[in-house]
Design a protein around this ligand. Structure first.
Ligand code: SF4
Length: 226
């Protein structure tokens, strides 16, 4: 089997709870969603076999102890059969698996969740993606359990009511994941970062309902690394 791979490289994780951690990134091509803030638009890709991906991952992991490998995208779960072949090989070689996903494809998650260590799952708000996914996301977080943390990308145009709805949604899950509020990086002119007042307000609101909340922007953009 072969997967559609955009790139494989080593860098520092720039988002979420594992920010600053050295990881090898395997970027999967393509995603069925169209988020307004997506920073991985259609790139070129190569069809790669699992053994070819592993060759590159091994070389980039170098002498790291128990290397972390981020399976990112696009949407890696859109290629679940390939993931189901790759992840067991990563685990057999002592690597730790960090899955970065839009958090909606729960049927596909079932095929791989057992062998993932960490799942970074977006919480999708309608203003960012054009519709709601509450049902799919509820099932997704239920399956991911304690492996998941939620990431909510926020722009200057995100309505307070949506942020509140997202926080309430998380608070009702059987296992409440940590929440990362990620102010968007204005990579396009149409995107506006939230103001300091918005960030402070949303942080206060989230912390009044949830126990583990952090505000973390995209650090790799600040550091100027990939
Ligand atoms: S889920 Fe992620 S990869 Fe897919 S469109 Fe949204 S931001 Fe882009």
């Amino acid at each position: 089997m072969r997967g559609r791979i955009s790139e494989i490289f080593a860098s520092l994780q720039g988002e979420g709870l594992h920010v600053g951690q050295r990881q090898v990134f395997v970027r999967f091509h393509g995603c069925p969603l169209h988020c307004i803030y997506c920073d991985t638009p259609a790139r070129s890709f190569r069809w790669m076999s699992c053994s070819r991906v592993m060759e590159k991952v091994r070389r980039l992991a170098g002498r790291d102890r128990d290397p972390w490998v981020s399976l990112t995208g696009g949407e890696p779960l859109d290629q679940a059969p390939f993931l189901a072949e790759l992840i067991p090989v990563l685990r057999r070689e002592g690597m730790r698996v960090y899955l970065e996903t839009g958090g909606t494809m729960f049927e596909e998650l079932k095929k791989v969740i057992r062998l993932c260590h960490v799942v970074s799952a977006d919480l999708k708000l309608p203003s960012g993606v054009g519709r709601t996914f509450w049902k799919e996301q509820r099932e997704f977080y239920r399956l991911a359990g304690r492996k998941a943390f939620a990431k909510m990308v926020l722009t200057g145009a995100t309505p307070d009511a949506e942020v509140e709805e997202g926080i309430r949604f998380l608070s009702r899950l059987p296992v409440v994941p940590p929440l990362v509020l990620q102010p968007v990086t204005p990579i396009r002119r149409a995107l506006r970062s939230p103001s300091a007042a918005q960030i402070a307000r949303w942080g206060r609101l989230a912390a009044s309902v949830l126990r583990d909340v952090r505000v973390i922007p995209q650090m790799h953009r600040l550091w100027g690394v990939r």
